[in-house]
Design a protein around this ligand. Structure first.
Ligand SMILES: [Zn+2]
Ligand SMILES: [Zn+2]
Length: 421
């Protein structure tokens, strides 16, 4: 690194001390770029004085100052704005509960390309302006706020746009895992934007923007959104049941993501109670606990057997013995299920083999019956009963030679604790 060449270039391009020092980055351990620039020019001046007692090196002689940042030929004042840019960050995070943060900056493209050019002429030893700004703003913010700078998954990434003096604050989401049960057979798992207005609110949806006033998601999220001050939530369920199916037993695992939360220390047991009191038995949330983001993908990939309870209707009525035999025939059977007509508009038309683990007849009076079915993940239970016009085979309807259809379907249990069979 040629310090003499740096000093000459700084003079020629009229660089401020910060920009000068940055060209000599990593020389002079522990100095700021400003101090480094000052030291470099002062040393250069003293060496020139020693060599030339006639005083014909005017820039370096005596106290001839380097230009102030506002007049700098490179940074257009940025080196002198660290204090005010740090204040923008401090204003943005006031009243937000954070422990760790990271600062990023956006800088005018012309400045960045000019800087590259200058550094290239000197062998590319310099530090980029952005990294100086990130570091200096970050350390002022840390000193003033007590927050800790952190590179890996900080609570907030704060990007300062130095072109417009604006701040973009990205707060790390909170992830809460739990299980839900649903006794109310009229609510969907997740919010469902109104088909007519796509969520804007119209007469059809009473201004709610939703097809259904409530969902498992909205009932679970409401107290958590309020307590965290989050901007929005996302519900990640381990699969889902139909709107008109209940989810019973130990419930279904989910992770609720709270985006842009302003409060991070939540009393989960108290909030769980608040959810369950407000939901008044329609749904419950249980075992709320903190998890990390990767848990969402893990949950989405988890599959397991499920046990269902169904009420069916047979037309014409079927003798109990015949129903029992039909159920016995299906237990342990692998059925072929072509994508049902009711979902074929959004799913590929495929034939999937699915194993029926067990099928028990709990009660029957001929025209109606109650069954308990354990089946492999992804089994279409309604079609297993009805046959879906031959698209699922064998089916209960096919075996008892009558029309059978599911009237009520509940999920009783997700067999998470046992490996899939
Ligand atoms: Zn400068
Ligand atoms: Zn609407």
């Amino acid at each position: 690194m040629d310090l003499e060449a740096i000093a000459e270039l700084a003079q020629r391009e009229r660089l401020c001390l910060g920009c000068t020092g940055r060209l000599a980055a990593r020389r002079g351990h522990g100095l700021t770029n400003h101090e480094r620039g000052q030291a470099l020019l002062a040393t250069r001046a003293m060496l020139a004085e020693a060599a030339d007692e006639t005083g014909t090196a005017p820039f370096f002689h005596g106290a001839t100052p380097a230009p102030a940042p506002d007049e700098c030929g490179l940074c257009a004042g940025l080196c002198g704005e660290v204090e005010s840019l740090a204040q923008l960050v401090l204003d943005a995070v006031v009243d937000i509960e954070l422990a760790t943060f990271q600062v990023g900056t956006l800088v005018d493209a012309e400045i960045l390309s000019r800087e590259k050019e200058l550094q290239a002429g000197l062998g590319n030893h310099g530090e980029p302006l952005k990294s100086q700004l990130n570091r200096e703003i970050g350390s002022r913010v840390a000193d003033a706020s007590g927050l800790e700078p952190q590179r890996d998954s900080p609570d907030a990434v704060i990007v300062v746009d130095t072109r417009y003096d604006t701040v973009d604050l990205q707060i790390r989401s909170l992830f809460i895992e739990g299980r839900y049960t649903k006794a109310d057979r009229t609510i969907p798992q997740t919010r469902w934007p109104c088909r007519h207005c796509r969520g804007r609110g119209c007469e059809r949806c009473d201004g709610s923007g939703q097809m259904y006033p409530d969902s498992v998601q909205s009932l679970v999220a409401a107290p958590l959104l309020e307590a965290s001050g989050a901007g929005e939530d996302k519900f990640h369920g381990m699969g889902r049941e139909d709107i008109d199916a209940a989810m019973l037993g130990a419930g279904r695992p989910f992770v609720l993501e709270l985006r842009q939360p302003r409060v991070r220390s939540l009393d989960l047991p108290a909030l769980e109670k608040a959810i369950n009191v407000a939901a008044d038995g329609r749904i419950t949330a249980n075992g709320l606990a903190w998890v990390a983001r990767p848990r969402v993908a893990e949950l989405k990939e988890t599959v397991c057997d499920k046990t269902y309870r169904v009420d069916i209707r047979c037309d014409p009525p079927v003798e109990i013995e015949r129903l029992k035999k039909g159920a016995q025939r299906l237990a342990g059977e692998v059925v072929e299920q072509r994508t049902p007509t009711r979902v074929s508009h959004r799913r590929a038309d495929l034939v999937r083999p699915r194993r029926v683990e067990s099928m028990k007849l709990l009660s029957a009076d001929g025209a109606t019956a109650e069954l308990e079915i354990r089946a492999q993940h992804g089994t279409y239970i309604r079609e297993l009963v009805s046959g879906d016009g031959g698209r699922t085979s064998p089916s209960l309807a096919e075996l008892v030679e009558a029309e059978c259809r599911v009237e009520v379907l509940d999920v009783l249990h997700l067999h998470l604790e046992e490996p899939e069979t």
